[in-house]
Ligand binder design. Structure first.
Ligand code: HEM
Length: 351
C-alpha cells in the first residue's frame, strides 16, 4: 500500500515539471485532492481503480451539493419536491450505487471463478474476504449484504479523501512560510529515507519532526472543524442537563486554539509542543481530537499518517518550496476545511 502511495506521488511530481521549470506557481490544494483520490481509489479497489475513481468523482459532486443544501435554510420536506436539484441528487445517488454494485459484483465473480486473478490486498478484497468467513452463528448475523458493502466503500472515500488532502495542503502552506522548519524536515528525510529512493514504511517511522509538524497542522487546521453527537439518554454535564435526543456540537477548531489548553501561543505554529507526544502537548489531552475520540473515532488515522508522511517525504527529497505572495488566507468549510482560493506554491528542483 505504501509503495503505491509513493509511486502515485512521483507521478504527480513528474506532471509538475514544466510549471516548475517555467517558475509558475502550482495550487497544491487541487493537486493533493486529486492525489488523495487516486491513492484511495487504488487502495480501495486495486485493479478496478479507474472505475472506482470515476464513481468517487460523482461522490465529490454529491458532497458539494450536500454542503450547499446544508448551508441554506430548508423547508421541512422540501427534499421530496420534484425540483431539478432534487432530481439531480437522486440521479447521482443511483449512478453511484449502480457503479459500485458493478465493481463489487465483478469482484465477487472473480473470487468465485478465478482465484488467481484477483487482488485481495485492496480494501474491497479484504472486506469480501472477511465477509465470506462464517465462523459461527454470531458472525453469520454480522455478514454484510451488497448494500452495506457499497455504503462502506462510499464512507471510505468520503472520510479518507478530502481530509488527507486538507492536511497535506495546510502542511505545505505552513512549511512554505516557515522555511527553517522545511529545512529541518528535509534533513530528517535525507537521513531516514535517503535522497532519491522512495521512502519505505520502516523509514517513515523515523520521521519524528515530520510527525510533529503534522500534528501541529491538524491542530491549527483540523479537517473536521466540528463534530456532532446525539444524546441517546438524559445526561448531566456539570450543572447542565442535556435531554435525550439533543444534538450537541463539538467545536474542535475552537478547542484546538484555546489559550487555556495550549498557552498564550495557541494560535501560533509551534510544532515543538508535540516533541514529547500528544499527551504532553496540551494541558487537557482530550482537547486535541483531529481524529475524534471514543468508539467512533477515525479508523483511517494510521493510513492518513502513512500517506501524509510518504507524500511530504517524497516531495521534500526533490523540491524546495515557498508560498506564493498571491496566496489569500481564507479557510472555509465545505463539509471539511479547505482554502477558499487554493494554496499557490513555487517549487524549485533540488539538484
Ligand atoms: C487527516 C486525515 C483524516 C482526518 C483528520 C480524519 C478525521 C476523522 C474524524 C474526526 C472522524 C469521526 C467523525 C465523527 O465522529 O463524526 C473520522 C471517521 C472516519 N474516518 Fe477519518 N480522518 C482522516 C483520514 C481518514 C482516512 C485516510 C480514512 C480511510 C482510509 C478514514 C476513514 C474514516 C472512517 C471509515 C470513519 C468512520 C468511522 C466510524 O464511524 O466508525 N479517515 N475521521
Amino acid at each position: 500500500m505504501a509503495s503505491i502511495m509513493g509511486e502515485l506521488t512521483v507521478k504527480v511530481i513528474e506532471k509538475w515539471g514544466s510549471d516548475v521549470k517555467a517558475r509558475r506557481a502550482i495550487d497544491v490544494n487541487g493537486e493533493f485532492r486529486e492525489l488523495s483520490a487516486d491513492i484511495i481509489a487504488h487502495t480501495a479497489f486495486g485493479s478496478s481503480f479507474e472505475e472506482g475513481k470515476a464513481i468517487f468523482e460523482l461522490q465529490q459532486k454529491q458532497q458539494e451539493l450536500l454542503s450547499k443544501i446544508l448551508s441554506r435554510f430548508n423547508v421541512p420536506g422540501s427534499k421530496y419536491l420534484p425540483t431539478s436539484e432534487n432530481e439531480y441528487r437522486k440521479k447521482l445517488k443511483k449512478t453511484i450505487n449502480e457503479g459500485l454494485s458493478q465493481i463489487v459484483k465483478k469482484r465477487i465473480g472473480l473470487t468465485e471463478v478465478a482465484n488467481g486473478d484477483r487482488n485481495d490486498n485492496d480494501l474491497l478484497g479484504l472486506m469480501l474476504a472477511a465477509n465470506s468467513e462464517v465462523l459461527d452463528e454470531r458472525e453469520k448475523i454480522l455478514r454484510m449484504g451488497l448494500d452495506e458493502l457499497i455504503e462502506e466503500c462510499k464512507t471510505f472515500f468520503f472520510a479518507g479523501h478530502e481530509t488527507t488532502a486538507t492536511l497535506l495542503t495546510f502542511m505545505f502552506l505552513l512549511l512554505g512560510t516557515h522555511l527553517e522548519w522545511q529545512e529541518r524536515l528535509r534533513d530528517e528525510v535525507y537521513e531516514a529515507c535517503g535522497k532519491a529512493q522512495l521512502p519505505t514504511v520502516d523509514s517513515l517511522n523515523y520521521l519524528k519532526l515530520v510527525g510533529m509538524v503534522m500534528n501541529e497542522t491538524l491542530r491549527l487546521y483540523p479537517p473536521a472543524v466540528m463534530l456532532r453527537r446525539e444524546a441517546t439518554t438524559d445526561i448531566k454535564l456539570g450543572d447542565t442537563l442535556i435531554p435525550a435526543g439533543t444534538v450537541v456540537g463539538l467545536p474542535i477548531l475552537a478547542w484546538h486554539q484555546d489559550e487555556q489548553y495550549w498557552g498564550v501561543d495557541a494560535k501560533d505554529f509551534h510544532p515543538e509542543r508535540f516533541e514529547e507526544g500528544i499527551a504532553k502537548a496540551c494541558k487537557v489531552p482530550g482537547a486535541y481530537l483531529p481524529f475524534s475520540l471514543g468508539p467512533r473515532n477515525c479508523i483511517g488515522q494510521q493510513f492518513a499518517y502513512i500517506e501524509a508522511k510518504m507524500v511530504v517525504a517524497t516531495i521534500l527529497q526533490r523540491y524546495r518550496f515557498r508560498l506564493s505572495p498571491e496566496y489569500v488566507h481564507s479557510p472555509i468549510t465545505v463539509l471539511t476545511l479547505r482554502p477558499q482560493f487554493g494554496v499557490p506554491i513555487y517549487f524549485e528542483e533540488l539538484v
